[in-house]
Design a protein. Structure first.
Length: 235
């Protein structure tokens, strides 16, 4: 059975290259369910979630082999539960994670270590947070984007408590949100761009999923159509 790992490649890599280095081993505290990564190029760190350990792990950017983390956010005060995403704001030194079980966004200090409480929590009926699965932060335009089950919500970066979104991207025309196939969002300060990506199921796949037909096992990755949505941030 393969072990969880992070592979680093040369910036000019193309084709089928060998990684220039691999981060792998028990000391790294990676998990087989760690399916996300955030890179802090300013402080040269890598942040990744560990859902089973209910933790956010920070590794050196130049880590190689079985290297231990620099810091770990973990413990009952953190409120972390099944954490599987993370976003880093290296300018304001903050870390964000969307909490699916809590319908909330937790914010921590980037330098936090151990059992620490969030410095801010976006949560409550006004937020419209419904099963949030991903978050990204734009530290230049001071905006965060959150993928929920139905749409993508945008808040002010420093929002706290039960606050309404600044604006909402959703509806039948844009087909975003986890239910519409979008599983991630990226905010690019240059040009104020919003990019949402995910997958779209074919009609045959949808019918198979609904009926539980045996031929659903024959569905291959080629039947999943990669989709991307690009929009411009509201002012």
């Amino acid at each position: 059975m393969s072990q969880p790992r992070i592979s680093a490649y040369a910036s000019s890599a193309n084709g089928n290259p060998v990684p220039v280095r691999v981060i792998q081993g028990e000391k790294t505290l990676q998990a087989r369910t760690s399916h996300y990564i955030a890179v802090d190029s300013i402080h040269d760190e890598i942040a990744l979630p560990n859902p089973f350990a209910q933790a956010i792990v920070f590794l050196p950017g130049g880590a190689k082999g079985n290297e231990p983390p620099l810091r770990v956010i973990q413990g009952p005060k953190t409120l972390l539960s099944s954490v599987d995403n993370v976003a880093v704001d290296p300018i304001h030194n903050e870390v964000f994670t969307a909490s699916f079980p809590n319908d909330a966004i937790f914010v921590y200090r980037r330098e936090a270590n151990g059992d620490v409480a969030p410095i801010r929590i976006i949560q409550g009926p006004k937020t419209k947070l419904d099963r949030p699965i991903r978050v990204d932060v734009d530290p230049v335009n001071n905006v965060i984007g959150v993928v929920t089950d139905h749409n993508i919500l945008f808040f002010n970066r420093a929002d706290d408590g039960d606050v309404a979104p600044k604006w909402v991207l959703g509806g039948t025309k844009v087909t975003v949100g986890a239910g519409g196939g979008s599983r991630d969002v990226r905010l690019y300060p240059e040009g104020k761009k919003i990019i949402a990506g995910g997958v779209i199921r074919t009609d045959a796949q949808a019918r198979s999923a609904q009926t539980g037909a045996a031929d659903a096992l024959a569905v291959t990755a080629s039947a999943l159509l990669a989709c991307g949505i690009t929009a411009t941030m509201a002012t």
